[in-house]
Design a binder for this molecule. Structure first.
Ligand SMILES: Nc1ncnc2c1ncn2[C@@H]1O[C@H](COP(=O)(O)OP(=O)(O)OP(=O)(O)O)[C@@H](O)[C@H]1O
Length: 351
């Protein structure tokens, strides 16, 4: 997918000035509230007409003020999934899904209904009405309906913000696998750094109605670490091994970790803040933290008044942070050995 845009739109006292080209099948748009993300979505989908400029999707002109082109929304083959799923309340799950399929031109009705229903785990819900579905189920139906229209671009405008954390992290794998299996590129809009890192690699950063940066989601999280209340969030996909003394033992690469917030699933996603990792220059004799990892400093980076420390722990990476003075005291330089202590209770389970 390639989006090329050079367009302006003023709404009330706000002006969006979008001027960028982006390529990739899973792209994020990140920005604070009011920065212009939804306005940009509206321009791409054809819900707002720019005051002037041009918009191209995969080389096709969707809008040009100079040439007098404005392709209407229904002809763009761009689908949107919003924060609040807008389903038809009088139709069943199946009829809601098929609405997307029937809207597609016959030559684009290529998404296999049964396969999609299976990926989204909607099999047992097909005959139900949509009114008493859970928030996550409704969002899966909205996603399925959008995908069945076989769009050439799926715009996801904060599709997770209305869901609680548990549902949010359950639905993320669906969003990704649907896009990958049915080859539908997406633009994912959010102001959550963690969602960005789980959903996309490439990110456009929007601020004050302008695209200010094109970066990776991980780089973005590192660059914001100094201003963040919670530090850098390490995301760890762990494999359950066994239970031990009330704790859960997980495999992380070639390292075993003791975690208190485990569950009975074979794999689980955890977050760990860079602030919850204590570094030691030498092996401590005895500590209360249940995890002590023997690491190598891979590199360091500035993070406000702190230093970010990327650790190589066997075949995995972790980001810790220390104040500048501590970095000097610990002689933290790339290549040096360091021990990282992590309490079992510092891991927070996401899904
Ligand atoms: N119809 C309108 N009339 C006046 N101002 C508007 C209108 N629509 C949007 N705006 C303003 O334009 C700015 C950008 O809005 P937009 O919805 O694009 O931001 P956003 O980045 O998507 O925010 P959020 O993350 O809160 O959804 C905001 O200041 C908003 O108040």
């Amino acid at each position: 997918m390639e989006i090329r845009i050079n367009a302006q739109k003023s709404i009330g006292g706000f002006t969006l000035s979008a001027d960028f080209t982006v390529t990739g099948d899973q792209v994020g748009i990140f920005g604070e509230s009011g920065s212009g993300k939804s306005t940009l979505v509206g321009l791409l989908a054809g819900l707002h007409q720019p005051d002037r400029g041009e918009i191209f999707l995969d080389g096709e002109c969707l809008f040009s003020s100079r040439k007098g082109i404005m392709v209407p929304p229904e002809k763009r083959r761009i689908a949107i999934v919003f924060q609040q799923p807008c389903l038809f309340p009088h139709l069943s799950v199946k009829s809601n899904l098929l609405y997307g399929f029937r809207r597609a031109a016959p030559e684009h009705r290529t998404i296999d209904f049964a396969a999609l229903v299976s990926v989204l785990k909607l099999d047992t819900l097909l005959e139900r009405g949509v009114n008493n579905l859970s928030g996550g189920e409704k969002q899966r139906v909205a996603l399925g309906r959008a995908v069945l229209a076989n769009p050439r671009l799926l715009l996801m405008d904060e599709p997770l913000s209305a869901l609680d954390d548990t549902l949010k992290f359950q639905i993320i794998p669906y969003l990704k696998s649907v896009s990958e299996q049915f080859r539908i590129p997406y633009l994912f809009i959010s102001h959550s750094l963690v969602e960005m890192r789980l959903m996309v690699e490439k990110v456009l950063v929007v601020a004050g109605g302008r695209m200010v940066e094109q970066t990776t989601s991980d780089q973005l999280a590192r660059s914001r670490m100094g201003q963040s209340q919670v530090g850098y969030i390490n995301l760890l996909e762990l494999e359950a091994i066994r239970r031990m003394e009330g704790l859960f033992v997980y495999q992380w690469g070639d390292t075993e970790l003791l975690v208190s917030a485990g569950n009975n699933q074979p794999t689980a996603l955890f977050e760990l803040s860079s602030r919850d990792i204590i570094l030691f220059k030498k092996h401590p004799e005895a500590i209360s933290a249940r995890n002590l990892l023997d690491c190598i400093v891979a590199n360091t980076f500035p993070a406000g008044n702190k230093i970010g420390v990327e650790l190589s722990c066997g075949n995995r990476r972790l980001v810790a942070e220390v104040v500048v003075q501590a970095a000097d005291d610990l002689c933290i330089v790339a290549g040096s050995q360091i021990f990282a202590a992590i309490k079992a209770s510092s891991f927070r389970r996401l899904g």
